[in-house]
Design a protein around this ligand. Structure first.
Ligand SMILES: NC(=O)c1ccc[n+]([C@@H]2O[C@H](COP(=O)([O-])OP(=O)(O)OC[C@H]3O[C@@H](n4cnc5c(N)ncnc54)[C@H](OP(=O)(O)O)[C@@H]3O)[C@@H](O)[C@H]2O)c1
Length: 414
């Protein structure tokens, strides 16, 4: 029986549980998608804890506003899609009913687009919310142009990283904000032209320094709260402020600094509009093809560990997107080990079941650790120290296949 994550009361991560449930057949104009992986977003945490913004009817509420999988069944009248097509989900405003935390979901056919070629399953699961939000806020709302200095809050987060890449692709200048100096180097590697760490620097002073005294042209604020005042001091006269998130729950004083154009970006205002989605998808596909847009997947969990995935988000330990895989990933993982001993260094094409030990995906410069063994289902990958990115790496050598099924050969571990 297909499995789905539900919750019957609002609360902490523990309210989530997995139940068996038949997959609904698609109605007229709908498609059923067999989910391969989904990303965990701050909105999911808010829905689970009952802190808005949407009304969530209980009990038996689902979760999940993005994910990827393959078309599994077509409702009457659906054209342009075929069973087996790899797709990503673009908008699930009724996530409490159709959420992507499941083995199957059924959505209107207009809410899926072809999975961008060149992304792994875990990357594809994590791409839409972050990149459509950053694109929508910066391009559709703020009209970002080449040369614009763009101040990006929570730059190490999913939306922030996407915003830095999108600004760079357009020729704008992304200035990243983080609360921690320790993240500076990572943000520069992730594409920031400059990084302001608020534990050591004053935002307005630093922005003036980086913009020749002019100030930022665009401010993307996904944090809000009293800290927004510091962003406004860093904006040039006539700048644009786009508010797209609310990581800081404290009240936000009215932005009295003028002249300033202020927009509030709400995803579903855009991602339910087929014309805008077409633009977003075209931009995304071009960026993936050129290699300028690529989501950073931080931690990967299995469906049975969904509570742990939420705990990870809640504790703010993530670095890059948190992704949950559903069932077995479609292709067996391949790769090879260097060094001979268990789990020292490897190249992989996709997430795999790995033996215990340290792992490193050299090509993506990331590290991680296999944290625990799960009897009956093989050991799984957990992540620490910047996260495991076990997707798409170097070529697999002939015959050097990493076992995905319990008992399968693991080169170097014999
Ligand atoms: N409007 C929309 O349609 C829309 C769509 C998507 C997301 N959002 C919202 O946008 C926000 C960001 O989403 P995301 O997925 O990028 O989140 P995320 O990946 O969870 O962001 C994590 C980063 O945010 C920073 N951060 C966390 N709490 C903070 C705080 N209180 N003050 C300052 N920085 C904080 C941290 O960076 P440092 O430690 O480096 O400071 C952290 O690494 C969320 O509020 C989300 O709900 C809105």
């Amino acid at each position: 029986m297909p499995r789905v994550v539900v919750f019957d009361e609002f609360g902490g991560p523990d309210v989530l549980h997995v139940v068996d449930e038949p997959a609904a057949p698609p109605a007229v104009g709908e498609v059923r998608v067999r989910i391969e992986a989904f990303a965990v977003n701050p909105l999911d945490q808010m829905m689970r804890s009952g802190t808005g913004p949407a009304i969530v009817p209980l009990p038996h509420a689902r979760l999940g506003v993005e994910g990827t999988g393959v078309v599994d069944a077509l409702g009457p009248g659906v054209t342009g899609l075929a069973i087996g097509d790899p797709v990503i989900l673009t908008a699930i405003p009724d996530a409490s009913v159709r959420g992507s935390y499941a083995e199957y979901t059924t959505v209107p056919a207009s809410r899926v687009i072809a999975r961008p070629a060149g992304l792994t399953v875990t990357e594809a699961a994590a791409v839409w919310v972050a990149y459509s939000t950053a694109y929508g806020a910066l391009v559709e709302k703020a009209g970002m142009r080449p040369g614009d200095h763009v101040l990006i809050t929570a730059a190490s987060g999913g939306v922030g990283r996407a915003a830095m890449q999108i600004a760079s692709q357009i020729g704008a200048v992304p200035i990243a904000i983080t609360r921690h100096s320790a993240k500076k180097d990572a943000l520069l590697s992730a594409g920031a032209a400059a990084v302001i760490a608020t534990d050591h620097a004053d935002i307005a002073d630093a922005v003036r320094r980086h913009t020749g005294g002019a100030g930022a042209d665009i401010v993307l604020d996904v944090v809000m709260g009293p800290g927004q005042q510091d962003l406004l001091k860093a904006a040039r006269p006539g700048a644009t402020l786009v508010v797209a998130g609310f990581l800081d729950p404290r009240p936000t004083p009215f932005p009295a600094v003028a002249p300033l154009t202020i927009y509030r970006y709400r995803s579903f205002d855009h991602t339910l509009d087929a014309v805008v989605v077409k633009r977003m998808a075209a931009f995304l596909n071009a960026g993936v093809r050129l290699g300028t847009l690529r989501p950073a997947v931080g931690q990967v969990f299995a469906l049975d560990d969904v509570v742990e995935a939420h705990r990870y988000l809640e504790e703010g330990r993530h670095d890059g997107k948190i992704v949950v895989t559903v069932g077995r990933l479609p292709q067996p993982a391949r790769g090879h080990l260097e060094g001979g001993s268990r789990g020292q260094r490897l190249h992989l094409d996709e997430l795999a079941v790995l033996p215990l030990g340290d792992v490193a995906g050299r090509d993506r410069g990331v590290r991680g650790r296999v944290e625990r063994d799960q009897p009956g289902d093989g050991p799984r990958v957990g992540a620490r120290d910047g996260g495991v990115e076990l997707a798409r790496a170097g070529a697999a050598g002939p015959g050097e296949r990493v076992g995905q099924h319990p008992g399968e050969a693991w080169p170097g571990s014999r």
